[in-house]
Ligand binder design. Structure first.
Ligand code: ZN
Length: 141
């Protein structure tokens, strides 16, 4: 009985640790893939559960890593694939309307949430489920 209980605690601990790893993301340094996936426009790209960074020095950029971890949370909340579909659909709709790549990118609700909160390193501890929906409103930049 005691062993069974310890096994459950062990499994819970392992599960918590796996979830913790997923939420932190696995950082991979790859100039090629970061450039390829961002069209040479970003220092980092999040492809759940990986955070690709262009240079190893960015590994210690806590704000950048926090920004990407916010995207990991968003992706997980939308069960990953729908996140990317939504992300690119939003980008496309903004781009068609304003015809400016950077402005269209900055208006994506996921990016607004990430940019708004990237400097708050405690943000992910208090972030509400589907918090990005608060950034649909164009006034909430
Ligand atoms: Zn972003």
């Amino acid at each position: 009985m005691q062993y069974e209980c310890m096994d459950k605690r062990f499994l819970l601990c392992k599960l918590t640790s796996v979830l913790d790893c997923i939420m932190k993301g696995k950082i991979i340094v790859s100039k090629f893939w970061t450039n390829f996936l961002s069209g040479r426009r970003a220092a980092a790209v999040t492809i759940f559960p990986f955070i690709l960074i262009i240079d190893k020095s960015f590994r210690y950029d806590r704000v950048l890593v926090n920004h990407e971890r916010i995207h990991l949370s968003q992706a997980l909340e939308l069960l990953i694939v729908p996140f990317y579909v939504w992300y690119f659909t939003e980008f496309l709709l903004h781009y068609i309307r304003i015809r400016d790549f950077k402005q269209a990118y900055l208006r994506i609700s996921f990016e607004r949430e990430a940019y708004r909160n990237e400097s708050n390193l405690q943000y992910l501890k208090t972030r509400k489920f589907w918090a990005f929906t608060a950034y649909f409103n164009s006034n909430n930049v």
